[in-house]
Write a protein that binds this ligand. Structure first.
Ligand SMILES: [Cu+2]
Length: 158
């Protein structure tokens, strides 16, 4: 008798608990959009991944991993005197509600020791480690050269 009423009540209880959780203590969640990579024909060449990361609460991207590379790292490109250099960073801050864009001129993910070439149209998983949340795994799509932003001109050869 008791057991039966417990079963009937459970769905309502779960619904109420979910509502209360959402209103009182929003979980820090992270959304990733537009995750893409450039094609890499040769595994001796590092790969690069770009994406836009938005956190609902202040958070920090602390690490990255993927089965297609022996090592994945967070990098930042910086331009000085017309020369672009990049350095490894140990994390990327994700301010609440502000989309953080990883792109060709700034932060990016570097894939070292690719286990396979990255072919246009192929997808692979990428896992983001976060300071205030469990890991988030997203799907990265390999896009053709010249389709990123800002537009590239390296395919306009005469
Ligand atoms: Cu890099």
């Amino acid at each position: 008798m008791i057991k039966r009423s417990m079963i009937m009540v459970a769905p309502l209880w779960l619904a109420l608990a979910g509502t209360c959780w959402a209103q009182q203590a929003p979980a820090p969640t992270v959304t990733v959009t537009d995750a893409w990579s450039r094609p890499v024909p040769n595994t001796h060449i590092p790969g690069v991944v770009y994406m836009t990361v938005t956190a609902t609460g202040d958070n920090r991207l602390t690490g990255i991993s993927t089965p297609v590379a022996a090592h994945a790292g967070l990098h930042q490109s910086q331009g000085s005197d017309g020369v672009m250099t990049m350095r490894a960073v140990d994390g990327i801050d994700l301010p609440a509600g502000q989309p953080v864009k990883l792109g060709p001129a700034g932060y990016h993910v570097m894939l070292m020791g690719l286990t396979q070439p990255l072919v246009v149209g192929k997808t692979f998983p990428l896992t983001l480690d976060l300071a205030k949340d469990g890991p988030v795994t997203v799907t990265v799509t390999v896009r053709p050269m010249g389709t990123g932003s800002p537009p590239e001109h390296d395919h306009h050869q005469h």
